[in-house]
Design a protein around this ligand. Structure first.
Ligand code: C2E
Ligand code: MG
Ligand code: MG
Ligand code: MG
Length: 284
């Protein structure tokens, strides 16, 4: 039996563990050749500065997998499998190269975009030589490090905090911005902040969705934003879907927003049109 949810995704709530394991094995097998078969693609979601009088446009690169055999598979489903099997190292390198190639093309064509942001699994950061890999990719794609932001997904299991802290410092020294993704969920957020030097906090969208007046989440978002401000770093609210949310966040000195209100993730051509319109609001 399967239950259809509003979002259109099928959830089999009495699916046996055997079935689930079989599905994961199938995903793993097909994922192994996804890079070589050219089944991966990136979409770009705009991130905008929201403080009064501020202008700034980033793009978060988000991975999409259209498997020939399985159809489209959501990142929430295949990224954890890529992490547990180690495939994330190869896939993550593909993502970084693809994003940097795109950024290089955009910069050379004069597209007004400040940075491209790429998601990183902690597993990638723990690989010896990861900083060299980043350096090589930047050189080969002709990209400036100051056009790049890297997002560390906080929910990923961090086993070697010392290694990750050192790697992030080296990346930061290159001029790359470091963001902490999904901040506030998981259980080690504050201690992580203490151990890692980050430039940007991304507030998880679960807080933003319940940010209405008087809610606990509103108080928590306020606390997170004052932490960011005390540390002197920028903040990005994820999953902003309404004008009310945007106004509240602006009132609380949140510096940037991302979410369906501004735009859903876009393909390359759509993002290019978005960026041009953003800088030239007069054009239609
Ligand atoms: P994330 O990095 O937190 O990315 C934001 C997710 O929120 C994206 O889901 C985006 O489509 C979705 N989103 C953005 N605005 C809204 C909104 O207003 N409402 C709602 N309901 N959702 C919104 P997506 O693309 O499905 O990615 C899911 C997660 O998969 C990402 O969360 C990230 O953790 C992971 N992921 C995606 N691409 C990569 C990648 O290249 N490498 C790694 N390691 N992880 C990735
Ligand atoms: Mg992210
Ligand atoms: Mg996030
Ligand atoms: Mg997330």
């Amino acid at each position: 039996r399967a239950k259809k949810l509003g979002g259109g995704c099928l959830v089999c709530y009495d699916e046996s563990m055997v079935e689930q394991t079989t599905r994961e094995v199938a995903i793993e097998q097909h994922l192994r050749k996804a890079v070589a078969e050219g089944e991966l693609a990136l979409v770009y979601q705009p991130i905008q500065a929201i403080a009064k009088g501020k202008c700034g446009l980033f793009a978060e690169a988000l991975l999409r997998w259209h498997s020939r055999e399985l159809g489209p598979v959501r990142p929430d489903l295949f990224i954890p499998i890529a992490e547990s099997t180690g495939l994330i190292v190869e896939i993550g390198e593909w993502v970084l190269r693809q994003a940097c190639t795109q950024l290089g093309l955009w910069r050379r064509s004069g597209l007004p975009i400040d940075r491209v942001s790429v998601n990183l699994s902690a597993i990638q950061l723990e690989q010896p030589g990861f900083v060299d890999t980043v350096r090589t990719i930047l050189a080969e794609t002709g990209c400036d490090p100051d056009g790049l932001m890297l997002e560390l997904t906080e929910s990923a299991v961090i086993s070697r905090m010392d290694v990750i802290a050192r790697t992030l410092r080296e990346l930061s020294d290159l001029g790359i911005l470091i963001a902490l993704d999904d901040f506030g969920i998981g259980y080690s957020s504050l201690s992580v902040l203490n151990q890692l030097d980050v430039d940007v906090l991304k507030i998880d969208r679960s807080f933003i969705s319940r940010i209405h007046d008087g809610s606990k989440d509103r108080a928590l978002v306020k606390v997170i934003l004052s932490i960011a401000s005390l540390l002197g770093i920028d903040s990005i609210a994820e999953g902003v879907e309404t004008e009310e949310q945007l106004e509240m966040l602006r009132g609380m000195q949140c510096t940037h927003a991302q979410g369906y209100l501004l735009s859903k993730p876009l393909d390359r051509a759509e993002f290019e049109r978005y960026a041009v319109r953003y800088r030239n609001p007069g054009l239609t």
